[in-house]
Design a binder for this molecule. Structure first.
Ligand code: G3P
Length: 200
């Protein structure tokens, strides 16, 4: 269907906007791909550039997914779900940054937030994984571990609470993408060398 195709293209293009590269280069004259974990995401922006940069990057990365889902939900709800997933994929493999992007954590949050607002009207979409994220972060001090648990929780919650097949499949694929993008982190968690946040 044509709407789905438009949705996926719009999502992919918006998701491809690399918030971390933009904030780093424009405001700090730094390419954060060369520092820290090298990841184009909020955690690495915080690690390399500080808290303000992290907040700005996370806001951009959430905002671009919300925009994609909001735009597409104006004409087709089904398309908006796939637009959100395509945006997360674009974030990981961005057209505008040599296909090397982030790990889809802030974008997952944007996906859950926007689909819960525009389509499913279920605030627990966001709240349940967010609470799990905060608890695991507090206990383990690792953003990566908290992100993996939160993504698994969101899929589990959606599978249990929603009988819509599209959102269940999309969130499942998103979780697979997130875990795959964290494969280096998983190796470091396993051997005890993963970065821990200093502020908790
Ligand atoms: O922001 C993604 C996070 O889960 C891990 O990022 O830079 O610690 O590999 P990083």
């Amino acid at each position: 269907e044509l709407n789905l195709l438009y949705g996926v293209v719009i999502g992919y293009l918006l998701g491809s906007i690399p918030g971390a590269l933009f904030i780093g280069k424009v405001f700090y004259h730094t390419d954060i791909r060369e520092y820290g974990s090298g990841n184009l995401g909020g955690s690495n922006a915080g690690r390399v550039l500080g808290k303000k940069a992290a907040i700005a990057v996370i806001a951009i990365d959430i905002g671009k997914v919300v925009l994609a889902v909001a735009l597409c939900s104006l004409f087709d709800q089904e398309a908006s779900i796939w637009a959100g997933l395509a945006a997360a994929f674009g974030h990981c493999y961005p057209l505008f940054a040599n296909f090397k992007g982030g790990k889809a954590v802030a974008t997952m949050f944007g996906f859950l937030l926007s689909t819960s607002i525009f389509t499913f009207r279920d605030g627990l979409f966001v709240i349940v994984p967010l609470v799990v994220f905060l608890i695991v972060l507090y206990l383990g001090k690792m953003v990566s571990l908290a992100s993996i648990f939160a993504s698994l929780t969101s899929t589990l919650y959606i599978a249990i609470a929603q009988d819509n097949l599209s959102i269940t499949i999309a969130s499942c694929l998103l979780t697979v993408l997130i875990i795959y993008r964290h494969r280096a982190n998983i190796g470091r968690i396993a051997n005890g060398t993963e970065n821990k946040v200093s502020w908790l």
